[in-house]
Design a protein. Structure first.
Length: 217
C-alpha cells in the first residue's frame, strides 16, 4: 500500500477516506504492523482484534523454506540457494516455487495481497486439491500424477508485495478447506480463523506454516 504522510495526514485521511478505504487501511495495519498499532493506539487497536489467523502465522510461521524465483530449465532446487532474501520477479515472467517441508502431510497454499488472502493453484490443472508431500524439496505447480514435472506460473496483473503461505497438515483437514476455495475469490476471515483454530489444536509435528514475501514489479 502506497500511503503518503504529511503534517496534516489526519485531516487528509478524514476528508479523503470513506468507510471502505478506512477499513482497508485498518486491516492493512492489523496485518502488517499489529504490535506497533497495539502499542501506540490501544483505544483503536486492542489486542482482541488480533485474529486467530494472524496468531497462527506469528506462532507457527517459518520463513526460508519457500523460494519463488524465475523459471529455468533444469531442477529448481539447483538454483534455490542463489535466491535474494526478498525475491523480486517481473510481471509476466514465468516463475516456479520450491517448498522444502519439514514434515509429511498434504499442502495447500494462499496468496496474501493487500491484506487479503486468495487461494493459490499448485496443480497445473488449476484445481486446489491438497498435494501429499514428504520432508524434501518440491517444485510447484506440478502436473497431476507426476510430482517431478514442474510447470511455471506467472503474475500479470497485481504488482507489489505478495505473501505466499503454504499450509501443510493432515490430508482430510486440508481437503475440507480446499473444497471451499474459489479461484480469484478472497478467502473470508471467518474461514481463515476457523482453519487457524483447528491447525493450532494439532501438534507441531503435524502442521507446518511456510511463508515467503515476493515483490512483483
Amino acid at each position: 500500500m502506497n500511503l503518503g504522510v504529511s503534517d496534516e495526514y489526519e485531516k487528509n485521511l478524514g476528508r479523503n477516506a470513506g468507510p471502505e478505504r478506512t477499513a482497508a487501511i485498518k486491516n492493512w495495519i492489523l496485518t502488517h504492523e499489529p504490535d506497533l498499532a497495539y502499542g501506540m493506539y490501544p483505544e483503536h487497536f486492542p489486542r482482541s482484534l488480533k485474529t486467530k489467523w494472524q496468531g497462527l502465522l506469528e506462532e507457527r510461521g517459518q520463513y526460508d523454506r519457500v523460494h519463488s524465483q524465475p523459471f529455468h530449465t533444469g531442477q529448481l532446487h539447483e538454483i534455490s540457494a542463489q535466491r535474494p532474501i526478498h525475491t523480486r520477479i517481473k510481471l509476466d515472467q514465468d516463475f516456479t516455487i520450491e517448498v522444502d517441508s519439514s514434515i509429511a502431510g498434504s499442502v495447500i497454499a494462499l496468496d496474501r495481497y493487500r491484506a487479503k488472502c486468495y487461494p493459490m493453484v499448485l496443480r497445473a490443472e488449476g484445481t486446489f486439491d491438497p498435494i501429499p508431500i514428504t520432508p524434501e524439496p518440491y517444485g510447484f505447480p506440478i502436473r497431476e500424477g507426476d510430482l517431478s514435472q514442474i510447470v511455471p506460473m506467472r503474475q500479470s496483473e497485481y504488482p507489489g508485495e505478495h505473501g505466499h503461505c503454504f499450509l501443510i497438515g493432515p490430508h482430510g483437514l486440508m481437503s475440507y478447506y480446499a473444497d471451499r476455495f474459489i479461484a480469484g475469490t478472497e478467502v473470508s476471515l471467518a474461514n481463515l480463523d476457523e482453519m487457524a483454530k483447528r491447525l493450532m489444536e494439532l501438534e507441531q509435528s503435524k502442521v507446518a506454516v511456510l511463508l515467503e514475501n515476493v515483490i512483483f514489479e
